[in-house]
Design a protein around this ligand. Structure first.
Ligand code: C5P
Length: 217
């Protein structure tokens, strides 16, 4: 691991879940501890980058030397990322963004005794990673794919659909919520399985791979 390999580069990272309100006390979310994204932020910082971490609701403190922006919903995350993407050299999307938000979110708490079972209408959230990848002269983009099966097919399909050079795939049963994970990196040269390890170690290996693909500045 080379400590100065990202010196002078600006790295933007998303981490954690998003939370989509149904009413002031209820919502829809994804299971994501934020551990992998926070580990990636620490690894990028240790490699000398200026790191901005756009974080959904998780309980972790701000990693040392990292500029954190707290967001809640996918729309908040989208706005925070799009305001900074053009000034970034590398964008690593680790967040588990909710694919849908509630179209008819209630201003006041829904009451059980009013009108039966509430109907929740969903509308699609923007795909933050795909939008950043489509920016002219945008940053080098890295995605994550958490799958429950067919990891290689699904991860490579996502990489092509979002038009990004690198995606890190993992099986949900290998990494969810825990400290360890098993990652496979997919790029134009095919697949690079990493030895199962802590998220800390894997994050450093991911950063090394990004350094290799983006070259020295
Ligand atoms: O589209 P899907 O969720 O399968 O792809 C996962 C990758 O895309 C992750 O890197 C995730 O952070 C990113 N993503 C995003 N915005 C979304 C959905 C996913 O940035 N709305």
């Amino acid at each position: 691991f080379v400590p100065k390999s990202l010196a002078g580069r600006r790295v933007l990272i998303t981490a954690g879940p998003t939370f989509e309100a149904i009413d002031p006390v209820r919502g829809i979310t994804n299971l994501s501890s934020g551990r992998m994204g926070y580990a990636v932020a620490r690894a990028a910082r240790q490699a000398g980058a200026a790191v901005t971490l756009v974080s959904g609701p998780v309980g972790f403190p701000v990693p040392q030397g990292v500029d954190r922006i707290n967001v809640r919903s996918a729309l908040d995350m989208h706005a925070a990322v799009m305001a900074r993407a053009a000034q970034s050299d590398i964008f690593i999307a680790v967040a588990a963004v909710a694919d849908y938000r509630v179209a008819n979110a209630a201003e006041h708490k829904l009451k059980k005794d009013h009108g039966g079972v509430p109907a929740i209408e969903l509308i699609e959230n923007p795909d933050i990673l795909a939008e950043v990848a489509a920016l002219p002269d945008g940053p080098f983009c890295v995605g994550f794919a958490a799958e429950s099966r067919n990891l290689e097919d699904y991860a490579q399909a996502k990489r092509r659909k979002k038009n990004i050079p690198l995606i890190a795939g993992n099986l949900i049963q290998d990494g969810f919520g825990g400290d360890d994970n098993r990652l496979v990196l997919f790029d134009d040269n095919g697949s690079h399985p990493l030895t199962p390890a802590s998220k800390e170690v894997l994050a450093r290996q991911l950063i090394e791979h990004v350094v290799k693909l983006t070259g020295k500045q």
